[in-house]
Design a protein around this ligand. Structure first.
Ligand code: HOZ
Length: 430
C-alpha cells in the first residue's frame, strides 16, 4: 500500500472549502473510492504526489501532455513569454502564429477563434451553429461529453456518467428539450431522429472517437454516414476533438478518418496543457462571429500569451517531429494492447482493451463496447479494485471506468514493461 497520509489530510481540509475537495468531479475518485492523490510535480511520463509516491501516469492531464509532462520546449516558451507579461487583453502576434499553425493542420478551420477551454469552445460552436442555421435543435450522442455547458449536459459521459448525473440539475428543461440524443454507432437511430426533425437540427456534435465513456471507436463508415446525412438536411457537423486533436494524428480524427466536419473544437492540447481552446470552420460559417457577425462570444483571457506560447512550442515540436512521434505513439499503444491481451487470454478473463492510437480503456466486459449502453455493462466494481491494484503498483490510470487513458511520447519501454507487469499482478490479485 502507498502512503497517503498527506493527501488524505489535505483532502479533508479541501472538502471544507471546495465542493468534494476538487475543482472537477472526475478527479475525486468517487466511483473507485479511496483518496485522490494530491499532486506535487510531474516530469516525462511520471507524476509525484505530496506523500512522495511516484507513479507512471496515464491520465496525462486528460490528454494534452502528448510529449510528456514539463517538456523543455514548452517550459522555456512559457518562461520567456512570462517575462513580457501574463495578459494584455489586446491582440498579439503570437495568437496569429498559433492560429496559422492550427489552420495548417486542420484545413476545415479556414478561420478560428481562441477561447479558454474545451467547454468554452463547444459552447461557442453551438451558438455559432444555431446562429448560422437559424435553427435551435442539437443532436448529440449518448455518452459523449463536451464539457459542462447547459445544452450538452444531457446524456453526458465522463464525470457526469460516473456520478450518475448524465442529465445535470440546473439545466433549464426548455433548453434540454432542444438537445436530442442518439446511440453512438447507430445509423438507424440517427435516421429516425432526422425523420422526426428534418429541418430543425442546427448541428450534430460528437467526439469522433469517444474518450469520455471510456474509449469507444466509430464503426467503419459511421462518420461518413454522419457527414452525408447532415449535408442532406442542412445541418452542421461538429467534431469535438478536445481529446483526439493532434493526438490520434496531427489533424486528429479529421485526418485519420478523412472526414471533414463543418466546425472543429479543440482544447487543452493546443496549449500544451495550459488553459486554451478554439473553434473554427469555413469562412462562410465563421463570418457570423462577432465583431464580423452577430454571434457574440468574447473573453479577456482568450488567446492568453502564456497559453499561446505553450501552444506554439507544443505544435511546432509535434509538427516538426511528426514522422517520429505519431508512429512511436501507435507502437507504444500497440505494445500495451497486445501485451495485455496476451495476459487476458492466458487467464481467460472477461476484459476488453479498447484502443485507438495512444488512447485506451480497459473495460471489464468481454465484448468491444460500441455505444454508451455497451460500456455501462462493464463490471465497475471490478474496475475499481483493479484501479487500486494498479495504483498500489505505481501506475496511475484514469480513476473511472468511463474515461480514457493516454500514452505520451515520453512513456519509454521500461515504463510500458512495468505497466504490463503491474497489469498481470493486478489481475492475479483481484
Ligand atoms: N472532463 C475531464 C475528463 N474527461 C476531467 C477534467 C478534470 O478533472 O481535470
Amino acid at each position: 500500500m502507498k502512503k497517503t497520509k498527506l493527501s488524505e489530510r489535505y483532502h479533508q481540509k479541501a472538502k471544507q472549502i471546495i465542493p468534494g475537495g476538487v475543482n472537477s468531479p472526475a478527479r475525486a475518485f468517487l466511483s473507485v473510492g479511496g483518496v485522490p492523490r494530491y499532486i506535487k510535480s510531474a516530469k516525462g511520463p511520471f507524476i509525484k504526489d505530496i506523500d512522495g509516491n511516484k507513479y507512471i501516469d496515464y491520465v496525462m492531464s486528460w490528454g494534452p501532455m502528448i510529449l510528456g509532462h514539463t517538456h523543455k520546449n514548452i517550459r522555456l516558451a512559457v518562461q520567456k513569454a512570462l517575462k513580457s507579461g501574463a495578459s494584455f487583453g489586446a491582440p498579439t502576434v503570437a495568437e496569429y502564429e498559433l492560429a496559422r499553425l492550427v489552420k495548417s493542420i486542420y484545413p476545415a478551420m479556414q478561420k478560428l477563434r481562441f477561447v479558454n477551454s474545451g467547454t468554452e469552445a463547444v459552447m461557442s460552436a453551438l451558438r455559432l451553429a444555431r446562429g448560422h442555421t437559424g435553427r435551435d435543435m442539437i443532436l448529440k450522442f449518448d455518452g459523449c461529453y463536451h464539457g459542462h455547458c447547459d445544452s450538452l449536459l444531457v446524456a453526458a459521459g465522463s464525470g457526469a456518467q460516473t456520478l450518475g448525473v448524465p442529465n445535470s440539475k440546473g439545466v433549464p428543461a426548455d433548453l434540454a428539450r432542444l438537445t436530442l440524443t442518439a446511440r453512438f454507432n447507430d445509423e438507424k437511430d440517427v435516421e429516425r431522429i432526422f425523420k422526426c426533425h428534418p429541418d430543425s437540427i442546427a448541428a450534430v456534435i460528437l467526439e469522433p472517437v469517444i474518450g469520455n465513456m471510456g474509449l469507444i471507436k466509430p464503426r467503419e463508415g459511421f462518420l461518413e454516414f454522419l457527414r452525408a446525412i447532415t449535408r442532406k438536411h442542412g445541418t452542421l457537423l461538429i467534431f469535438d476533438e478536445v481529446m483526439t486533436g493532434f493526438r490520434l494524428a496531427p489533424g486528429g480524427a479529421c485526418e485519420l478518418y478523412g472526414v471533414s466536419p463543418d466546425i472543429v473544437t479543440l482544447g487543452k492540447i493546443i496549449g500544451g496543457g495550459l488553459p486554451i481552446g478554439c473553434y473554427g470552420g469555413s469562412l462562410d460559417i465563421m463570418k457570423n462571429v462577432a465583431p464580423e457577425g452577430g454571434v457574440y462570444q468574447a473573453g479577456t483571457l482568450s488567446g492568453n500569451p502564456l497559453a499561446v506560447a505553450a501552444g506554439i512550442a507544443m505544435l511546432r515540436t509535434l509538427i516538426k517531429n511528426k514522422d517520429k512521434i505519431y508512429p512511436a505513439l501507435e507502437e507504444k499503444g500497440k505494445f500495451l494492447e497486445e501485451s495485455m491481451n496476451a495476459i487476458i487470454k492466458r487467464r481467460g478473463e472477461k476484459i476488453f482493451v479498447n484502443r485507438k492510437g495512444s488512447m485506451f480503456t480497459i473495460f471489464f466486459t468481454s465484448e468491444e463496447p460500441v455505444c454508451a449502453d455497451c460500456a455501462k455493462k462493464s463490471d465497475t466494481a471490478k474496475f475499481s479494485k483493479f484501479f487500486h491494484e494498479m495504483l498500489n503498483r505505481g501506475v496511475y490510470m484514469a480513476p473511472s471506468q468511463f474515461e480514457a487513458n493516454f500514452i505520451s511520447y515520453a512513456h519509454d519501454r521500461q515504463c510500458l514493461d512495468k505497466t504490463v507487469k503491474a497489469f498481470s499482478e493486478a489481475l492475479e490479485a483481484l
